[in-house]
Ligand binder design. Sequence first.
Ligand SMILES: Cc1cc2nc3c(=O)[nH]c(=O)nc-3n(C[C@H](O)[C@H](O)[C@H](O)COP(=O)(O)OP(=O)(O)OC[C@H]3O[C@@H](n4cnc5c(N)ncnc54)[C@H](O)[C@@H]3O)c2cc1C
Ligand SMILES: NC(=O)C1=CN([C@@H]2O[C@H](COP(=O)(O)OP(=O)(O)OC[C@H]3O[C@@H](n4cnc5c(N)ncnc54)[C@H](OP(=O)(O)O)[C@@H]3O)[C@@H](O)[C@H]2O)C=CC1
Length: 486
Amino acid sequence: MSNTEKTFKFVVVGGGIAGVTCAEQLASQFPSAEVALLTAAPLIKAVCNFKQISKTLEEFDVEERPSSVLEEKYPNLRVIQSAVKRLHAQQHTLQTVDGLEIHYEKLCICSGGRPKLLAQDNPYVLGIRDTDSAQEFQKRLSKAKRIVVVGNGGIALELVYEVEGCEVIWAVKDKAIGNTFFDAGAAQFLIPSLDKDKPERAATCKRARYTIEGPAATQGLAVEPGSALGPDWHEGISLRGAEEVSVPLVSVEYQSEVKQIYTHQDFLLSPLASQTADTGSWPVYAQLTNGKTFGCDFIVSATGVVPNTEPFLHGNNFALAEDSGLKVDDHMMTSEPDIYAAGDVCTAGWEPSHLWQQMRLWTQARQMGWYAGRCMAAGVLSETIELDFCFELFSHITKFFNYKVVLLGKFNGQGLGLNQELLVRCTKGHEYVKVVLSGGRMLGAVLIGETDLEETFENLILNQMDLTSYGEELLNPNIDIEDYFD
Ligand SMILES: Cc1cc2nc3c(=O)[nH]c(=O)nc-3n(C[C@H](O)[C@H](O)[C@H](O)COP(=O)(O)OP(=O)(O)OC[C@H]3O[C@@H](n4cnc5c(N)ncnc54)[C@H](O)[C@@H]3O)c2cc1C
Ligand SMILES: NC(=O)C1=CN([C@@H]2O[C@H](COP(=O)(O)OP(=O)(O)OC[C@H]3O[C@@H](n4cnc5c(N)ncnc54)[C@H](OP(=O)(O)O)[C@@H]3O)[C@@H](O)[C@H]2O)C=CC1
């Protein structure tokens, strides 16, 4: 075998949370087998300070680390920093941009996702995904007086709250903010936070970060994405614009999408220039579907992610889901032999539990990577393995507008149609609690603030107890619900 050819029992593609977790799982379960982790980015992402908060809720920090840290921990794990150029599934080989040919027995693809941008090659439209794109955003923001943020999910929610010293026009296509995470009631609870002064934030980043020499582009990685940012990505970096004001200046444009984007010159030549009241002089203009047009320094497209399957998987016969993710079965297997997938790149193709849905989140990337590793091991050992318990109940813990947010099960009544009853308890500025019931059983919950209800509600959802007789007492703040159901 030549120098450029290598063989490994297990190969994992992707140095994000899914790939690193999968590779660690395999390397520890098979200490004498050669495991390779192939990644386009110079740094890998690793889970640390893992805490199992309840049966399904988990919390952890994520560190960017040099690959040597992984290799020191697992002597049988090789991290190869080279982007995969081509996969030949039938031959069980991968080719990298550096001319390496890698043979595998079992492969797991964890190549993540990339921002689904409003306009692909427009220099005034930015997406945020990895360290490079976050730094570019920060640099551009520092000179900006007004930005337009488009999208109504996780990134938009974080940005409009965190950005200071810059006017933000937030275009959301729905009637309320945060449609991917909560309903209009929760949105109403959160929206006053946009006008408040924020609590002092930590001056430094609490997680260790490593830097590389020069931007990725200079290392021949211009087209390959780094790993996705995650919780607290904005801590320790200044998200401040060019204005002196410290009060946030956020205007929400509801039920509006971007109809067209104009450069300064195109805008001046268009009829819009004479129709728009305060045109100013901006490098770019966003015309919204609600009839308004805003000039700004740049536009942030926080409009979701697309699974990263292009172009290296071309020429194979992967079954793709509607969202173009690699379709995986309940053993995280794709439709190609001996190839598994995990994290943002894949789409769950199994019949899910009625309390779980896929969302492209950090926790699910870790859980899928870990479970994929176990499935690959079971495949090699000809053992049977059952779908892991973490896929029984959707659970997510995060922070929006400085409030703790816990989402459980069908938290937005997903798929329940009219067959649902909602109970809500809300104390302005303090907490918002919503439970979703169907046929007297709890199917989901949104908990905002320090409610301390997550464990009890998780149990009630998991055990599907008939709660009809409790009625609205379920949310009575004077009843200690934990004792009630002990
Ligand atoms: C700004 C931001 C904030 C977020 N905040 C949260 C949050 O608060 N909570 C939460 O749960 N989730 C959050 N997420 C989502 C979460 O970060 C992702 O769901 C998760 O990190 C996905 O992990 P992954 O391993 O599947 O993919 P990624 O982290 O995208 O990793 C993919 C890896 O594959 C590599 N790769 C790609 N193509 C190739 C190739 N051809 N060859 C070799 N390697 C390749 C990349 O270099 C990278 O290392 C956030 C995402 C963003 C962008
Ligand atoms: N704290 C957390 O848990 C965080 C999680 N994340 C995760 O990171 C990933 C990327 O975040 P993000 O980009 O915010 O993605 P999300 O999927 O969270 O949100 C995308 C938003 O953009 C909307 N949208 C899609 N296309 C358009 C369009 N053409 N015009 C206007 N709006 C549009 C979507 O609406 P619709 O849903 O109706 O299509 C949705 O509201 C996600 O997987 C997210 O879950 C990110 C930040 C924080």
